[in-house]
Ligand binder design. Sequence first.
Ligand code: NDP
Ligand code: PYC
Length: 342
Amino acid sequence: MSGAADETVALTLDEADALARQVLSAWGLAPDHAAAVAQTMVAGERDGCASHGLYRLLVAANSIERGVVACAAVPQVSEPAPALVRVDGQGGFAQLPFARGLPLLVDKARRHGIAAMAITNAVHFAALWPEVEALAGEGLVALAFTPSHAWVAPEGGTRPVFGTNPIAFAWPRPGRAPFVFDFATSAVARGEIELHRRAGKPVPPEWGYDAQGQPSTDAAAVLDGAMRTFGAHKGSALAAMVELIAGPLIGDMTSAESLAADAGRGGSPIGGELILAIDPAGFLGAGVEAHLQRAEALFAAIEGQGARLPGTRRLVARARSAQEGLRIPVALHQDILSVLAR
Ligand code: NDP
Ligand code: PYC
């Protein structure tokens, strides 16, 4: 431990998992949900994604407290078409529906070359990379999209319309970890602004507007106002795409509808997620290995000039956490214990 703001508590990965399950169970989550949700949060913390790590225990407890989550929901898996999987989350957290639909999605992608899974009616608070990474672990190319709550202004406006709407992609690499990226279409994830607010730190003015539509460096003011998309009109268009393909296309809510359904309770977004899985062997047949090797030349050209691949920071953090365990801020640890005691 060092100075007050930097003081940390050490946890092994197993201790973090046990703590997460304990908190989630104490808040009434059924054991299979608690296990799936804890796994995602610990993976986030392990990989250095603090905004979607153990901090999310506070977020999950808040959503449960506000009556947003069906704690013992039993996900319903169906097959609307030969290459489609639908998992109705029945109002529970999205992690268990993903796990329940995953084997069928993998099977369909292998049989048809491409398959899609829609998770609907689920509460989503998490990062998407664990899901696309799981599919790449099966040798599949994967994409995932989910809307959230209407917190983000379109480029050219200052009032929220879009969610923070992440897009994740994974590409399997022979003999090594997949190429993975996963980012919000907002300038930054909302969770990152929440962490700035907790730490009393200013945010860059390009992250958002206050409620009067003025650029602001006050994290709380931006949370009350509107976040901005990344990449100006380009991020704005991608945010709209996520609304469409993981909202109306799969029969679920847009971010504005999700926020309206929350009715001021302040819970996590509830709605849908679209996941696409593509088997490289579908187009490439026996040539699949040679073509995947050609992709390696692309990665080498990126790294060869000193640029880094997305995902490498996470993998370094993962290796460090495996060696050294986790360190979380004392204030977060105290807040988690308070939530456990409530
Ligand atoms: P970032 O802006 O930090 O971008 C993250 C991605 O960009 C990662 O793949 C990261 O790789 C990569 N990256 C970052 N810097 C570089 C660099 N210099 N060179 C190459 N690649 C780089 O993340 P966001 O704040 O946009 O999102 C964080 C998380 O929030 C995501 O996991 C997302 O899924 C989650 N989220 C979830 C939402 C939901 O509704 N469920 C809503 C919004 C966000 P690396 O990890 O290796 O640094
Ligand atoms: O950080 O923007 C975010 C977010 C929304 C839902 C889950 N995470």
